[in-house]
Design a protein around this ligand. Structure first.
Ligand code: MN
Length: 162
């Protein structure tokens, strides 16, 4: 039979192990948000002016004559986004981390979460990037058989926040 002393000891052990578990969880999640690569490496920072904010690219697959898709993992800091642009052979986006936005001209922007897949039709002006308060990581599969991406105007803050 349990006496008061044993019950108090048991409660103390339970409380201690619970608080340890909680601490480990929060330490892990803050580490994965700031340091750990999502699936692929973050790659090199993009230095051209086709993007607003800080964006990194890890090239994964180069197109060749038989398979004319290039594949890259793109990481956007919160608020960062591409300019409006079109792809002559379209593009597929696979959301692998964080929260992102995708918008086609004349449509409302879509919110993308890890696991979402989007097909950007050929020659449709669109942009993609991170949401305002979370980074976003996408794998982009871009058809190259009909030419390179055509870059248009920057996405204004008004468009981004609409
Ligand atoms: Mn695109």
């Amino acid at each position: 039979m349990m006496n008061i002393k044993n019950i108090a000891l048991l409660s103390l052990i339970t409380l201690t192990s619970f608080s340890c578990t909680q601490q480990n969880k929060s330490a892990q999640s803050s580490q994965s948000e700031t340091q750990e690569p999502s699936v692929f490496a973050r790659g090199k920072q993009i230095t051209n002016d086709n993007f607003t904010g800080n964006v990194w690219l890890e090239n994964l697959i180069q197109a060749d004559s038989l398979n004319q898709n290039s594949v890259g993992s793109v990481t956007f800091e919160p608020g960062a986004r591409s300019k409006w642009h079109t792809h002559p052979a379209g593009q597929i986006l696979l959301a692998i981390d964080g929260v992102g936005y995708y918008q086609e001209k004349g449509q409302l922007k879509k919110i993308l979460h890890k696991g979402d897949a989007i097909k950007c039709p050929a020659n449709i002006p669109h942009w993609h990037g991170a949401s305002s308060d979370s980074k976003f990581v996408q794998v982009a599969v871009t058809g190259r058989e009909k030419g390179e991406t055509i870059w248009l105007e920057a996405v204004t803050d008004e468009e981004y926040n609409f």
